[in-house]
Design a protein around this ligand. Structure first.
Ligand SMILES: *[C@@H]1O[C@H](CO)[C@@H](O)[C@H](O)[C@H]1NC(C)=O
Ligand SMILES: *[C@@H]1O[C@H](CO)[C@@H](O)[C@H](O)[C@H]1NC(C)=O
Ligand SMILES: *[C@@H]1O[C@H](CO)[C@@H](O)[C@H](O)[C@H]1NC(C)=O
Ligand SMILES: *[C@@H]1O[C@H](CO)[C@@H](O)[C@H](O)[C@H]1NC(C)=O
Length: 395
């Protein structure tokens, strides 16, 4: 027995050494060697794209390396498929957007990663400097572009984003669309509470996306979950300011994929508009939400800690007489406590045509003020509750 163990140990060590050597031998493409300048003002877009295409075109694992310093870069496309299954984009420095906001806005994504398999984005600060565009939007001018997403990950598999900081995006900070197996870990998002449409992380038409250990302060949703998000896992996230974690808006279109199997746990909401929200348009749709667990959250001064709103119809345009076709079922709220900034801390305003089914609440303790306790409102919602229930359930 002893001999065998020893023998195995030797084999293990040998394998480890070989594996480490392979990792060390990864080809490295440093943006500085391809003409990038860390001076914050020279346009380094071409050098970044050149480093990407070399790393992606390498036959063996490759690293695109961005050293310390500030690099001014415009819209970048990092497209695959790559010739190797492990490209790491290691960013030790900061990326700064061009001062003319139209440059990024035209590109729609500041950095678009698409058709790749096996890419890690590690570190980095991306400051899109969105204030100019937000001002344009808030001035009421009709000539403002929509703006760019800071990091878009489209139609890809097995992508990891570790430790990225995204500041002041023009539109959404991070979007995952059409992907499988994406992990977003240790990310920081920062934008002012009044910056328009600056969602932290948006996920749609994707399966097995995981968002962990992140801190999101922004002007729109902390995390927004769109049609076709399945097997999504969100854990240990801080939200606020912003609009909270939202499934929706769903059901804008008739032909829409459902949202299935979503877990959101250990979230700290501070001064947000919503905590856990599910929102759908009051329009007919094939969309649905089935199987959601909202667990273990602390709410501090949150306007709508728990809310399902199926009557969304902004400006009463294109839907004033319709009801939502989105079917909501099996949503569980467990161990949620803290303070509501409004009296109605729990609101289930479901579709008249397709009432919410199988809502489960367990150990919910939300308070309003010392003088007035919080209340709950239900319309077309069915389910059960157990454990501590404050406000008193209306299910
Ligand atoms: C991919 O490459 C990075 C850096 O070269 C290395 O740290 C990592 O272990 C590799 N991952 C896999 C799955 O080989
Ligand atoms: C800003 O960028 C846009 C799009 O590239 C361009 O059309 C416009 O002329 C630029 N404006 C200035 C002031 O440089
Ligand atoms: C739900 O999604 C999680 C990942 O978020 C996965 O581990 C689990 O197997 C999925 N459950 C079902 C029933 O598909
Ligand atoms: C609910 O929360 C309040 C405030 O944190 C606390 O004082 C109270 O004991 C809790 N109630 C129950 C039943 O846990």
């Amino acid at each position: 027995m002893k001999m065998t163990n020893h023998f195995l140990l030797v084999i293990t060590i040998t394998t480890t050494v070989l594996f480490t050597e392979t990792a060390v031998a990864a080809a490295t493409y440093n943006v500085d060697k391809l003409g990038a300048k860390p001076d914050g003002k020279t346009d380094s877009t071409k050098a970044f794209m050149a480093a990407w295409s070399r790393a992606c075109g390498s036959e063996k694992p490759a690293i695109m390396y961005v050293p310390k310093g500030t690099y001014m870069v415009g819209g970048m496309l990092f497209s695959g498929p790559c010739k190797n299954g492990n490209v790491t984009v290691q960013i030790d420095g900061a990326l700064k957007a061009p001062s003319n906001y139209s440059v990024l806005a035209k590109a729609q994504s500041w950095l678009l990663l698409q058709h790749v398999q096996g890419v890690n984005i590690v570190g980095g600060v991306m400051d899109a400097n969105g204030a100019g565009l937000w001002d344009c939007k808030s001035s009421g001018s009709k000539n403002c572009p929509d703006g760019a997403t800071t990091l878009s990950i489209f139609n890809s598999k097995n992508v990891n984003v570790y430790g990225l900081t995204s500041v002041n995006s023009q539109m959404f900070h991070i979007v995952v669309n059409g992907c499988r197996d994406v992990r977003v870990v240790g990310v920081t998002v920062e934008a002012p509470w009044n910056s328009p449409n600056t969602d932290g992380i948006h996920v749609q038409l994707s399966t097995r996306v995981t968002i962990l250990d992140s801190k999101i302060s922004t002007g729109d949703d902390c995390v927004s979950i769109g049609p076709g998000a399945t097997n999504l896992w969100i854990e240990n996230v801080g939200c606020g300011p912003g609009h909270g974690i939202s499934i929706g808006s769903l059901g804008k279109d008739f032909d829409e994929q459902g949202v299935k199997n979503v877990t959101v746990k250990r979230v700290n909401f501070k001064n947000t508009d919503n905590g856990f929200r599910i929102k759908s348009w009051a329009r007919s749709s094939k969309g649905f939400v089935d199987g959601v667990l909202f667990q273990n959250a602390v709410m501090t001064n949150v306007q709508n800690p728990i809310i399902i709103d199926q009557n969304y119809c902004p400006s009463h345009k294109n839907c004033p007489k319709e009801v939502s076709g989105v079917k909501i079922s099996h949503v569980k709220y467990q161990d949620i406590h803290g303070t509501s900034a409004t009296e109605v801390a729990v609101k289930f305003d479901c579709s008249k045509k397709y009432p919410c089914k199988g809502i489960k609440m367990q150990d919910v303790n939300l308070s309003f003020t010392k003088q007035a306790p919080a209340s709950a409102y239900c319309a077309n919602a069915g389910g059960t509750c157990s454990g501590v229930m404050k406000p008193t359930s209306c299910l």
